[in-house]
Design a protein around this ligand. Structure first.
Ligand code: SF4
Length: 712
């Protein structure tokens, strides 16, 4: 402490808006170039159509950017909103923020749903949504102070470069007496030097007396903020209770909160034990169902997976009640104290690691052939401290390792590093290089889509092979599930608006583990309603985990178990009791449809959003190599004969590989047709005029984008 130097360049006092049934009905725009601070009312029509959260973010971004805006143009806007239900203490998962920007990886809108206290503090300070645009000349800190009712912009110097220290020092700086009043959003050095920089959102862990954080990981929003030279955005607010959101029906809200929290307390110990092991319970489940990524998604299980699963992390995690928002009964946000890294700038020091979650274990562990819980912790720690998305890091390094083992790249290209699967020291070295923007790490930090071009152009690699094994779609690296045997999850990834991230349509559990959607029609139908429901959490400022990770004991007796109908009823009550709008479970889906279709058209505005952009690398659909085919030979042979009625007696292994590929690619295209039709889109995957009219989003500028794309 003590070496931070903040120089105030702008300070504006404001009258804090009263919260009205979950809303402040105000937005805050900060332009970093002009230092203009603009507070505006939000129109009722926008509130009704876009609800809040991701809906608000997308609407404000749509108005900030043109179809030609690149990720590093000043007009690209980072928007953060928490939604009307966000900031409800005690409701499981009731405190999320949703962040959006035009992504450096995809060129289209990206959204990330993240914990920590920033979103609620920002709202209670008076703003449903904030928009940060322009670019600062110098390193900048933005403060939204809901206690003193001031917005301030500072020039900063002497700040630590990594997120870990920066969050800690700024928390102390802005409220040394009550650090619980502060939440900090930071990007780290990795965000400055890669395209997949994340944002760390902090909260004060009163029990451990330390700053903790969660990541808005996907799509490089940290890279955008770093490009704007914003080192941190800070929100400060005081005590929060259920009354702070000024709900319409406080008693109703208390009742439904109690019901959902009580059920989680009763059932989590019998189901996932997330209060003890977080999401690491998924490691053995995915391994058992052949869905755990191993060696760049080649295989779905590995005998050593038990050394990186829940049994191990249960003992490593520091015991405590670990919610990333106040009173979340799931309490899955675990961490490890007194961890001592064996590489990098923190080598030998004692640090706290926030995580790991399943995605980090799978992406940076099994997918890299690293079956060592300590190395995964170290990768997790440095990715957070540097501000790097662990999913893109893990999936990108997996791609590089397979290229290395396959001879597509050599020691000459990697700077002499052996990048065979399992080489944990060089995986870590690559991450340090990414953060510094040096060596081969600088190339890996550009992401898989750009690596494919560089490897083919400069290193003479086979572009077709790179295309088949490079686990990206729309420019975003895959999150960590093997989808070869789940057509539903192939659609869940390939048709996701922002790219292959499971938060939009996480169907693999329902499809592979529960077998809730056995027919083709079931899968297409699920690809309509599931993303709409997941979107709803992003509109309202909620975490999606409490919906279907812990389910009622009699859920399977319901005719639609996949929807967890009892919880849908609770969420409808939650929405009604806060906003005063009488809401039925089926309304949750219709609320989302307008925003979901608007986002698809936003992609179209940016030059994407059609059928050709919903493609997958073949490895997501089936075996690329003979080694993969052979590893599951019985399964693939029997599918060719029994499912597709082929006589394979005369086919050699390469011919079988080709035959299987043809069938699987056909299935995926048929699925696209069925889903587009169900969603009210044309065969090219564009919402029809009839659809946008039905949803009430037929604004002139929306219709103009459709017309430019041939929809009349
Ligand atoms: S369920 Fe886990 S991730 Fe979601 S809000 Fe609760 S603690 Fe955070």
């Amino acid at each position: 402490m003590g070496h931070i130097n903040l120089s105030e360049t702008k300070s504006v006092s404001y009258e804090r808006a009263e919260i009205d049934m979950g809303y402040t009905n105000q937005s805050l725009r900060i332009n970093l170039q002009t230092t203009d601070i603009i507070i505006r009312p939000i129109e009722k029509e926008i509130k009704d159509k876009f609800i809040g959260g991701k809906g608000y973010d997308l609407w404000f971004m749509w108005n900030a950017v043109s179809g030609n805006t690149q990720w590093n143009d000043p007009e690209n806007a980072v928007c953060i909103s928490s939604g009307p239900l966000g900031g409800t203490p005690g409701y499981p998962g009731g405190g999320k923020s949703i962040v959006t920007a035009i992504s450096p990886l995809t060129g289209a809108p990206i959204d990330s749903n993240v914990g920590g206290y920033f979103g609620p503090y920002k709202k209670f300070s008076g703003f449903d949504v904030i928009q940060i645009d322009g670019k600062a000349d110098r390193e900048t800190i933005v403060l939204i102070d809901g206690i003193e009712n001031k917005i301030k912009i500072f020039e900063a110097s002497g700040l630590p470069s990594d997120s870990y220290e920066m969050s800690r020092e700024l928390t102390q700086y802005f409220d040394p007496e009550k650090p619980v009043n502060v939440s900090v959003v930071t990007a780290g050095p990795g965000a400055e030097n890669t395209f997949f920089g994340c944002l760390n959102f902090s909260w004060w862990d009163a029990g451990r007396k330390r700053v903790r954080y969660k990541q808005a990981g996907r799509g490089g929003i940290g890279t955008v903020l770093a490009d704007k030279r914003v080192k941190a955005i800070v929100a400060r607010f005081g005590a929060v209770s259920m009354k702070t959101n000024n709900p319409f029906d406080l008693d109703g809200l208390k009742k439904v909160t109690k019901s959902h929290a009580r059920e989680i307390h009763e059932l989590d110990p019998k189901q996932n034990r997330m209060a003890l092991v977080g999401t690491t319970h998924l490691v053995p489940i995915m391994n058992d169902h052949d869905c755990l990524p191993v060696h760049n998604f080649k295989f779905g299980s590995h005998p050593e997976s038990k050394v990186i699963g829940e049994e191990v992390y249960e003992h490593i995690f520091d015991k405590g009640f670990d919610g990333c928002w106040r009173g979340c009964a799931v309490a899955c946000a675990h961490g490890v104290k007194d961890f001592s890294p064996f590489t990098g700038p923190y080598r030998g020091a004692k640090v706290f690691v926030d995580g790991p979650e399943y995605e980090t274990v799978a992406g940076c562990g099994s997918n890299l052939g690293i079956f060592d819980a300590q190395t995964i912790l170290e990768i997790n720690f440095y990715c957070d401290a540097y501000g790097l998305d662990t999913i893109s890091v893990g999936t990108s390094i997996g791609f590089v390792m397979e290229c290395f083992e396959n001879g597509q790249i050599t020691l000459d290209h990697t700077g002499g590093m052996d990048l065979s699967f399992g080489n944990r020291f060089n995986a870590l070295e690559l991450i340090h290089q990414m953060a510094r923007g040096e060596g081969f790490g600088a190339i890996v930090g550009k992401g898989i889509r750009q690596m494919k071009e560089i490897f083919a152009r400069d290193f003479g690699s086979d572009p077709n092979f790179l295309q088949d094994i490079g686990m990206e779609s729309k420019g975003l690296e895959f999150s960590e599930y093997i989808t070869k045997e789940s057509l539903a999850q192939q659609g869940g990834y390939g048709l996701a608006l922002k790219g292959p991230q499971h938060d939009e349509a996480w169907l693999i559990f329902l499809d592979m583990v529960h077998n809730f959607m056995p027919t083709f029609e079931d899968k297409a139908e699920a690809l309509h309603w599931f993303p709409m429901f997941r979107t709803w959490f992003g509109l309202c400022g909620l975490c999606k985990l409490p919906w279907n990770d812990i389910v009622p004991e009699d859920n399977n007796t319901n005719p639609e178990p996949a929807k967890v109908v009892k919880h849908m009823g609770w969420y409808a009550e939650f929405f009604s009791s806060v906003t005063g709008k009488k809401t039925r479970p089926e309304d949750l889906i219709s609320m989302s449809e307008a925003v979901y279709n608007f986002q698809r058209i936003f992609n179209l505005k940016m030059g994407y959003g059609t059928r050709e952009h919903d493609t997958l690398p073949y490895r997501a659909m089936g075996p690329v190599t003979l080694e993969e085919y052979d590893s599951r030979k019985e399964r693939y042979d029997s599918q060719l004969t029994e499912k597709y009625g082929m006589d394979i007696s005369d086919l050699d292994p390469p011919a079988k590989l080709v035959a299987l590929r043809r069938k699987r690619e056909e299935q995926y295209e048929l699925l696209k047709d069925a889903v587009y039709e169900r969603r009210g889109w044309n065969r090219d995957g564009i919402p029809t005029l009839e659809t946008v009219r039905r949803l009430g989003i037929d604004f002139p500028e929306v219709v103009e984008v459709l017309k430019k794309n041939g929809v009349e």
